[in-house]
Structure formats: C-alpha cells, structure tokens
Design a protein around this ligand. Structure first.
Ligand SMILES: [Zn+2]
Length: 44
C-alpha cells in the first residue's frame, strides 16, 4: 500500500471502527446521530 501524499510505502496501518465521520459542528440534538464508519490510518 502506498501513501497518497508522498507515494512512499505505508509501514504501519491501523483502522478504527464506528468512527464518527462529519465535517459539521455537532449540535446538542445531533449528538448520537453522526454517520459512523470505518477509517484507516497509515504511516509512511
Ligand atoms: Zn507519505
């Protein structure tokens, strides 16, 4: 797997399940209604 920024090899990769994925600020009513998804984080 290659880094999308520098094109170097990813030497360490981990993932987090059910991470809230949002660009919006959360309101009090919105807490708990975020879209949850799996994210992968790699280090090059
Ligand atoms: Zn990189």
């Amino acid at each position: 797997m290659k880094c999308r920024i520098c094109d170097g090899e990813i030497f360490f990769l981990f993932s987090i399940n059910n991470e809230p994925l949002t660009d919006d600020f959360l309101t009090l009513e919105g807490i708990g209604k975020e879209f949850l998804g799996k994210i992968e984080i790699g280090m090059c």
